[in-house]
Design a protein around this ligand. Structure first.
Ligand SMILES: C[S@@+](CC[C@H](N)C(=O)[O-])C[C@H]1O[C@@H](n2cnc3c(N)ncnc32)[C@H](O)[C@@H]1O
Ligand code: SF4
Length: 383
């Protein structure tokens, strides 16, 4: 079921046309033109430096995330892919995903990405409702978003799009209708995120001031249940807490994270997990784009954190990521990482509560009833 040799490369493009008021990703707005040639040189240098430490891998997935990577010129994307291929072998069935924002989708640009080697796009549609898009601070309408989906469908064999639900005032009936409209436009994959109020965002301040009211816990739960029912009924079951796919069409890059495989993080604010000299190393680069550029130009890479994880940390991370998946985790892999098995008493209690179950092949997984309280389940098992 899992591919132990999976190796992913994540490339971060840190710029957006405007900052959405709910978003705390490492994304920045610049009014001057971005010097993409300079970024290509820096990405190439950081790829070379990472491959010098973690060579001999075969890349199975590459993901351009952001920010808004669809603001990159296709030639920039192609040059970064060439740099990856200069330093590592590339699997013949490599998955290459690029995140796109509907505001910056044009058919010619998408054809350019495809010619450069991208074979999957993930579009940030967010809502199919103009009032909701306005409230989310998006620069596109529902019509423009659906037109972008049509361009994606015509340009790529594999595409996905994101929606945000549990928005202010949203009822399960509204959401079911919107989700059905979305599914009619979807291909093999959808990402459906509950709106999270992130600290230090404009939404956080509005929420704290009582000016932005999100659905209460019971309504949030009902919205989550609606999501599962509508998607499963349409052949798009959840394979991860927020991700739905037709069986076999899962995003292989995200599976690399959730299955705790190895990945390189390239670009401003990118995280990596690399197995070097028998240790799992957690890496992170400088977040600020211009500071990252200067670091790479000065020392060949932008890494500011590079730590070996302890067995305890590796095991916790394995649970935290793996229990997000419908397939769950192999308890023996946990035991091998932690140096001790999961506490059988805690597992038994959670099983009695209906929050976890053991599959026929001995994997431990969170049930549909347990997913809304996933953080508590993980905390309990890791304690
Ligand atoms: C890094 S964004 C990149 C997508 C692209 N920049 C766009 O916005 O179209 C990835 C996704 O995270 C989701 N997201 C970001 N902030 C969120 C929040 N506070 N709550 C829920 N989902 C969020 C959105 O669905 C978004 O499409
Ligand atoms: S949601 Fe997407 S477009 Fe909006 S600020 Fe975040 S990364 Fe940029």
């Amino acid at each position: 079921m899992t591919d132990p040799c999976a190796f992913g490369v994540y490339i971060h493009w840190p710029f957006c046309l405007s900052k959405c008021p709910y978003c705390d990703f490492n994304s920045h707005v610049r009014h001057a033109a971005i010097d993409e040639a300079r970024f290509v040189r820096a990405f190439s240098a950081e790829i070379a430096a990472t491959a010098a430490r973690a060579g001999g891998r075969t890349v199975s997935t590459i993901f351009f995330g952001g920010g808004t990577p669809s603001l990159m010129q296709p030639a920039t994307v192609g040059a970064v892919l060439d740099a990856v291929a200069r330093h590592w072998s590339i699997a013949s069935d490599v998955e290459v995903t690029l995140e796109a924002n509907p505001t910056s989708v044009e058919a010619t640009r998408f054809r350019g990405y495809r010619a450069a080697g991208v074979n999957r796009v993930s579009l940030g549609v967010q809502a199919i409702d103009d009032a909701a898009l306005k409230e989310l601070g998006r620069l596109h309408t529902a019509r423009e978003a659906l037109d972008a989906v049509a361009v994606a469908r015509a340009s790529f064999e594999r595409y996905s799009f994101d929606l945000i639900y549990a928005r202010p005032g949203q009822t399960p009936a509204d959401w079911a209708a919107e989700l059905k409209r979305a599914i009619a436009e979807a291909g093999e994959h959808l990402s459906l995120y509950q709106l999270t109020i992130e600290q230090e965002t404009p939404f956080f301040a509005l929420h704290a001031a009582g000016k932005l009211v999100v659905p209460d816990d019971d309504t949030g739960r009902a919205l989550y249940d609606t999501t599962q029912d509508v998607c499963a009924g349409a052949g798009l079951p959840a394979y991860e807490i927020s991700n739905h796919a037709r069986p076999g069409a899962e995003c292989r890059h995200n599976l690399v994270y959730w299955r705790a495989h190895e990945y390189a993080g390239i670009g401003p604010g990118a995280h990596g997990r690399l197995d070097i000299a028998g240790e799992r190393r957690a890496t992170a680069t400088e977040k600020r784009p211009e500071a990252w550029l200067m670091r790479v130009e000065g020392s060949g890479h932008g890494v500011v954190t590079d730590e070996a994880l302890t067995p305890e940390q590796m095991a916790d991370e394995f649970l935290l990521m793996g229990l997000r998946l419908a397939e769950g985790v192999a308890p023996e892999r946990y035991a091998a990482l932690a140096g001790r098995p999961l506490n059988p008493r805690r597992v038994a209690i959670l099983r009695e509560q209906g929050a976890v179950e053991t599959t026929a092949d001995g994997r431990l997984r969170v049930t549909l009833a347990g997913f809304p309280v996933l953080d508590a389940v993980v905390a309990d098992l890791a304690a």
